[in-house]
Design a protein around this ligand. Structure first.
Ligand SMILES: Nc1ncnc2c1ncn2[C@@H]1O[C@H](COP(=O)(O)OP(=O)(O)O)[C@@H](O)[C@H]1O
Ligand SMILES: [Mg+2]
Length: 241
C-alpha cells in the first residue's frame, strides 16, 4: 500500500534521513521504532507531505486497483484527501476549540454531511469521553483524553492508512493499553496502521512487522515477534539483557 524507496531528507542543513526504505502492506500494522532523534517524526512528516525528500520515492496505492501514486512532493491536503491521516507528535489538538470542533477539523476536506455525522458517532462510540465532553474546550482534557481526541480527529478524515507519531508518549500504562486496544480495533475495521513509537514493548506487541530506525537509517526489520526476541533489540529498546 505504501512503499518508501531510498528516501533522503534534509532539515535545514541537517542530513536527517539517509536512504530510508520501508513498506506497509494493506491491512497491516507496522511499527517504526527507534531512539529519540533517530528520524521517526521526520519519516512520518515526509510521508504526509509536510517535508519534501531530496530524492527517493514514496509510492502510495490507496486501493488495490488504483494506479500507484508517487506522493513525495505532493501537497499535504491532497494526501489526506486520498486517505492518509497523520496523528502528530504531541497530539496537536486545538486547545480553545471544543472537542466536537476538533473532531470536525478532521472532516474539513469532506462534504458528505451524513457520513460525517455517522463517523462522528462512531468515534464517540469508540471513545465515549469525546461524546460526553463534546462542548468542552479541548485544552481542558487530560493528556490521555487529548490522545484519544487526536486519534478521533484522524479517523474523521476516513483514512485508509493511519500514521501515528508516539501516541503513548507521557501517558499512564492503562491509558496506553486502552489506546493500543483501539488501534487494534481500528485496524480490524480495515484501516492500515503505521505506528511510530519509542515504547518498543507496546509497539512490538501490537504490530505485525517492525522496522528499527537508527540515525536516519533502517538497521533491522522483520516480524514483530522475531524483533522482540532479537538480542540487539532487547538490549537497546526493550530494557533486556
Ligand atoms: N526543524 C529541524 N531543523 C533541523 N534539524 C531538525 C529539525 N527537526 C528535527 N531535526 C533533527 O532531525 C533529527 C531527527 O529528528 P526526528 O525526526 O524528530 O527524530 P525522532 O522523531 O526519531 O525523535 C534530530 O537529530 C533532530 O535534531
Ligand atoms: Mg519524534
Amino acid at each position: 500500500m505504501l512503499k518508501l524507496n531510498d528516501i533522503h531528507v534534509y532539515r535545514g542543513q541537517t542530513y536527517v534521513l539517509k536512504g530510508v526504505s520501508l513498506e506497509v502492506g494493506r491491512g497491516e500494522i507496522v511499527a517504526l521504532i527507534g531512539a529519540n532523534g533517530a528520524g521517526k517524526t521526520t519519516t512520518l512528516r515526509t510521508i504526509s507531505g509536510l517535508l519534501t525528500p531530496k530524492n527517493g520515492s514514496i509510492i502510495y496505492t490507496p486501493e488495490k486497483d488504483d494506479p500507484p501514486w508517487d506522493i513525495s512532493g505532493a501537497q499535504a491536503e491532497d494526501i489526506v484527501a486520498r486517505g492518509i491521516a497523520h496523528c502528530p507528535e504531541g497530539r496537536g489538538v486545538f486547545a480553545q476549540l471544543s472537542v466536537r470542533e476538533n473532531l470536525m477539523v478532521g472532516a474539513y476536506l469532506r462534504n458528505d454531511k451524513k457520513q460525517i455525522e455517522y463517523d462522528h458517532e462512531r468515534v464517540c462510540h469508540m471513545f465515549p469521553i469525546l461524546g460526553e465532553r463534546a462542548n468542552q474546550a479541548a485544552g481542558s482534557l487530560s493528556g490521555g483524553e487529548q490522545a484519544m481526541l487526536a486519534v478521533g480527529r484522524a479517523l474523521m478524515t476516513r483514512p485508509r492508512l493511519l500514521i501515528l507519531d508516539e501516541p503513548s508518549l507521557g501517558l499512564a500504562p492503562l491509558v496506553v493499553e486502552f489506546i493500543f486496544d483501539m488501534l487494534a480495533e481500528i485496524n480490524s475495521q480495515g484501516v492500515t496502521v503505521l505506528l511510530v513509537e519509542q515504547n518498543a514493548v507496546m509497539a512490538l506487541k501490537l504490530a505485525n512487522r517492525a522496522y528499527v530506525l537508527e540515525n536516519g537509517q533502517v538497521t533491522l526489520s522483520g516480524p514483530s515477534d522475531e524483533l522482540a526476541r532479537d538480542e540487539k533489540v532487547r538490549r537497546a529498546y526493550l530494557g533486556g539483557e
